[in-house]
Design a protein around this ligand. Structure first.
Ligand code: AMP
Length: 412
């Protein structure tokens, strides 16, 4: 007997109903927003993540599943979706086909983090990337799409943290001011933060350990250039006009290196320590930095396990079989099997017993499954070529010839 690897998870049938509902809801909303699906490989060149996710991020520093394949190449199981999507976008020159693209993915991600509730080593993300527009309305469309999905899933109480990280023009000034401020505090900060002081001082602001010591730090929002300020103003005004619950939060910097201007995170307070169900932002310079043309983009990724946790024990209705064939003896089973296949070809959900249950036990099974009708074939029925169709709700029975069309007519 073997156990699954720590941090991985089996999704058993009871739970897979919820997954199916979640994926269906995502696809429905993606359709409403005119977003098309993209599927990307499970592993990529390790280098891709160094270049895009960023060398100084927790993901790249500590969490990647990296291995050398037999050809001696360093490969990595994807820890997030954006690098692969952008790689595919550039590889197939999608920008030459059309100037504007809206893409979504539902993919497995891999990160070697310490497993706990809501944190796994293999998990699913649903993500959207909108490539080709610098409009602040795109940022709001991304947020609104998520809120729409959460509402359909019955997840209440989520709010959005929003911040702007500025751009290449205004961020250097802020960085300078922040470093100036942090200089005196360095001895108080954790080892990680001290290292980041040189490489990525903004990340110190969302350090889980030290953030509380830094409440009077200078805020990016006060350093934004005119264009970034206007972009941010439109995002905030539009969120307000759509009644989307949000909080402006100057400490939100997100864990990845590539963000510019708008960043956001979806918080569901009931999830405790892992209360972020997703997040994203604008990444106007990433595509260029990956060797592509200068194309602005924005996106988000949602943790699907966390969305399910936030849904709680909401029951998902399963489609019941319409007919359960109840048959005793080999001949009756064979007849049932033919009719059963006919029903399925006609698009009717149907099933029968395969484990030699008694007639009574077969009726019980039909009940357990919630079958709407049973079609019963015993010895007498075989002789007459006529079975008994029983309405499981009313108990009403009628004789119906052993013919798919006849049965179909009576059950519709
Ligand atoms: P990130 O790509 O780090 O911004 O994560 C986006 C979302 O993915 C998070 O808000 C979580 O909901 C989810 N997520 C990230 N890491 C994990 C993990 N190890 N296990 C489960 N969900 C995760």
């Amino acid at each position: 007997m073997y156990d699954s690897i720590r941090g991985t998870k089996d999704i058993l049938p009871e739970e897979s109903k919820k997954w199916e509902f979640l994926e269906r809801t995502i696809r429905e909303v993606a359709r409403l927003y005119n977003v098309q699906e993209i599927r990307i490989p499970t592993f990529e060149r390790t280098e891709l993540f160094y270049k895009s996710t960023g060398e100084d991020t927790d993901i790249v520093q500590k969490e990647m599943y990296t291995f050398t394949d037999k050809g001696g190449r360093s490969l990595t199981l994807k820890p997030e979706g954006t690098p692969g999507v952008v790689r595919a976008f550039l590889q197939y020159s999608l920008h030459k086909k059309r100037p504007f693209h809206k893409l979504f993915y539902i993919e497995r991600m891999f990160r070697q983090e310490r497993p706990q509730k809501g944190r796994y080593r293999e998990f699913y993300q649903f993500g959207v990337e909108i490539i080709g527009s610098a409009s602040p309305l795109v940022d709001v469309e991304l947020i609104s799409m998520v809120m729409n999905i959460l509402e359909r899933l019955g997840i209440k109480g989520t709010y959005v943290r929003v911040n702007s990280l500025g751009c290449d023009k205004c961020r250097p000034d802020y960085r300078k001011a922040l470093k100036e401020y942090l200089k005196g505090k360095l001895p108080l900060l954790c080892e990680n933060c001290r290292r980041r002081y040189e490489t990525n001082p903004l990340r110190i602001l969302d350090c889980k350990v030290d953030a509380e010591k830094l409440t009077d730090a200078p805020r990016m929002i006060d350093f934004l250039c005119d264009e970034c300020k206007e972009h941010h103003r439109i995002v905030i005004d539009t969120l307000k006009s759509l009644n989307i619950p949000f909080k402006e939060d100057s400490t939100l910097v997100r864990g990845l290196d590539y963000y510019t201007r708008t960043v956001f995170e979806f918080i569901h307070p009931s999830l405790g320590a892992q209360d972020s169900i997703g997040g994203g932002g604008r990444y106007d310079t990433l595509i260029k930095s990956m060797g592509g043309p200068d194309i602005p983009a924005a996106g988000f990724a949602m943790g699907m396990e966390r969305m399910l946790l936030a849904m709680g024990d909401r029951e998902i209705e399963e489609e019941k079989p319409v007919v359960f064939f109840v048959a005793l003896g080999d001949d009756a089973k064979r007849l049932s099997f033919n009719l059963l296949e006919g029903m399925r070809k006609a698009g009717v959900k149907a099933d029968m017993d395969y484990i030699g249950r008694s007639m009574k036990a077969q009726m019980r099974e039909a009940n357990r499954l919630g079958a709407v009708f049973t079609y019963i074939i015993g010895e007498d029925e075989i002789k007459k070529g006529i079975g008994i169709l029983k309405n499981m709700d009313t108990g009403e029975q009628m004789n119906v010839p052993m013919d798919v069309e006849e049965i179909k007519r009576r059950i519709s």
